[in-house]
Design a protein around this ligand. Sequence first.
Ligand SMILES: *[C@@H]1O[C@H](CO)[C@@H](O)[C@H](O)[C@H]1NC(C)=O
Ligand SMILES: *[C@@H]1O[C@H](CO)[C@@H](O)[C@H](O)[C@H]1NC(C)=O
Ligand SMILES: *[C@@H]1O[C@H](CO)[C@@H](O)[C@H](O)[C@H]1NC(C)=O
Ligand SMILES: *[C@@H]1O[C@H](CO)[C@@H](O)[C@H](O)[C@H]1NC(C)=O
Ligand SMILES: *[C@@H]1O[C@H](CO)[C@@H](O)[C@H](O)[C@H]1NC(C)=O
Ligand SMILES: *[C@@H]1O[C@H](CO)[C@@H](O)[C@H](O)[C@H]1NC(C)=O
Ligand SMILES: *[C@@H]1O[C@H](CO)[C@@H](O)[C@H](O)[C@H]1NC(C)=O
Ligand SMILES: *[C@@H]1O[C@H](CO)[C@@H](O)[C@H](O)[C@H]1NC(C)=O
Length: 526
Amino acid sequence: MSLVTFKVNKPFSIIILVIIFNLFETVSCISVTNERYRLNYHIMSPAGWINDPNGFSYYNGEYHVFYQYNPDDATHANMHWGHVTSEDLVHWKHLPIALYQDQPYDVDGVYSGSGIVVNESLVLMYTGNVNQIDGRDFSTQSQALAISSDGESFIKYINNPVIPFPPQNGGNDFRDPKIWKYNDTLYVVLGNQNNLTMQGRAVIYSSYDLFDWTYVGVLAESTGSFGYMWECPDFFELNGFHILLLSPQGIEANGDDYQNIYQTGYFVGSYNYRTNNFSHSNTFIELDHGHDFYAAQTMETPDGRRIMIAWMDMWERDYPEQEDGWVGALTIPRELTLSSSGRILQNPVQELIALRTSTLLNTTLNVEGISKLFDVHSAEILIKATFNDAITQVGIRIELGNNSCVLAYLDTSNNKFVLDRGDNDPRRTLINVTNANNPEALEMRVFLDKSSIEIFLGDGEITFSSRIYPSSTPAVYALSNGTVTQMEVVAYELENIWSGSWCIRQSSFVQAFYFAAYLMAKLYIQ
Ligand SMILES: *[C@@H]1O[C@H](CO)[C@@H](O)[C@H](O)[C@H]1NC(C)=O
Ligand SMILES: *[C@@H]1O[C@H](CO)[C@@H](O)[C@H](O)[C@H]1NC(C)=O
Ligand SMILES: *[C@@H]1O[C@H](CO)[C@@H](O)[C@H](O)[C@H]1NC(C)=O
Ligand SMILES: *[C@@H]1O[C@H](CO)[C@@H](O)[C@H](O)[C@H]1NC(C)=O
Ligand SMILES: *[C@@H]1O[C@H](CO)[C@@H](O)[C@H](O)[C@H]1NC(C)=O
Ligand SMILES: *[C@@H]1O[C@H](CO)[C@@H](O)[C@H](O)[C@H]1NC(C)=O
Ligand SMILES: *[C@@H]1O[C@H](CO)[C@@H](O)[C@H](O)[C@H]1NC(C)=O
Ligand SMILES: *[C@@H]1O[C@H](CO)[C@@H](O)[C@H](O)[C@H]1NC(C)=O
């Protein structure tokens, strides 16, 4: 059949234009121009921008993490899915870009989503974004599938999108499908806005075959104080309870709480699958108290652990690494458990012990004021501090060069732990000093990387995750202000898992071909 036998309609002429333009485009990714802030053991892209983790799953003996990725520039635009895999949750390797914006329903962004193994295929479900060009200021968001039988190349389902419109009273913001299976039925939870109340909500659909989805109803929604839009929902069982994890936008700061521009946290409750009743506490608990933590996503490992990773950055910030050709990283993977008081505990996955290369320090110190420990870029630092009754600030001080430093300490005058990057934006939160036998003790586990710090306190009930930007090798000090504190310090230097960076991408010509192929196939099917 010759091309001219088609009536030249609008989409078809667009395809031809796309193909012509792309014949002249060179195929290359942006590259990193300065390694100073490149992380040693965190997931990051070869170069360019990344945000939310996506499609966190286990398939064919490997963990898969995808991420929102702009390979062309270190800015939030042209969303693709970047892809890394690991056999051990520690050593990651880059794979070719998994999903491109190459279909009519995702031309303006392959937005966030999740992954699940169905009948020996790795299935990704994501949000296709299309900006409206007729003057109305919104985009159309629909839900689509991509399927792989080798864990590397993905084919988009021909009848995408599988959930084309938001449900009843759903605003146009309708995204971030998180898929799971329960009793042979597939479920997906999505973020949305109620267009009558303009409040954030999470909605559920179910399917028996992956392709036909039925709207189940609203899982939970804001009644006024939990934000105008809920992003990146995740719904899972933990120690017999159901957790709705999400990243709401529009929660007002309240004292020490909700100090980030956008939040990530959870509701704890119990869910009845027959009635779609999620009976939950009305308390939205923040997951992390640092500056850079958003869009957390979880998966269940083959041995039944619930593991979470998150974007270790925040929207609407200055990103010092941007001028080096890249932005963004993911947190280390953390295992989640639920405490008896109904709070999520986060601890670094046990596999991360494999990162330790050498012992930097193993000692017990009596600290009064500051005491130098070592100079290091990437380390794990374990501290057990025991102090007396006197009011004190106990923790660590990290000098970053150029007169800037990071302080991370417990202030015993108010039992608040503080992370202060010296930028007039310190973060603090009340902590329960957890050792019942010895209330005057603090346990800290710190993961330091070239431009990040993650702090785990007590049993993991409080964490702080923030980016930091040293101008020389950081100098780490033990800190005890006002009194003598006994500190047991064990520290390990951590490995650099990345060797070389590269980027593989299809040419836009190939993408345009897929775009055209989709429309042709549609014509033949009808
Ligand atoms: C809200 O969504 C419904 C579809 O469920 C639509 O008919 C209605 O026009 C929308 N209202 C507003 C104010 O956008
Ligand atoms: C998986 O395979 C079984 C058996 O072949 C089939 O009945 C089922 O419909 C398949 N499920 C999906 C989602 O394709
Ligand atoms: C799920 O399966 C379990 C075990 O077969 C059963 O007890 C339970 O009632 C099922 N739940 C629903 C909602 O069907
Ligand atoms: C949901 O479950 C809770 C607790 O079992 C119950 O109090 C509430 O009435 C239920 N809500 C609906 C709408 O059925
Ligand atoms: C630290 O020292 C103690 C006592 O000397 C020893 O038992 C322990 O194995 C050491 N730990 C490390 C990580 O070297
Ligand atoms: C040192 O700090 C000053 C003032 O904050 C800044 O202008 C300068 O760029 C910094 N230098 C380095 C090497 O980071
Ligand atoms: C501290 O402990 C009290 C009493 O056990 C509990 O109610 C509270 O939620 C805890 N706070 C934190 C931040 O863990
Ligand atoms: C330590 O104490 C000094 C003097 O009281 C005070 O200026 C300083 O801010 C304290 N440092 C911390 C980290 O609280």
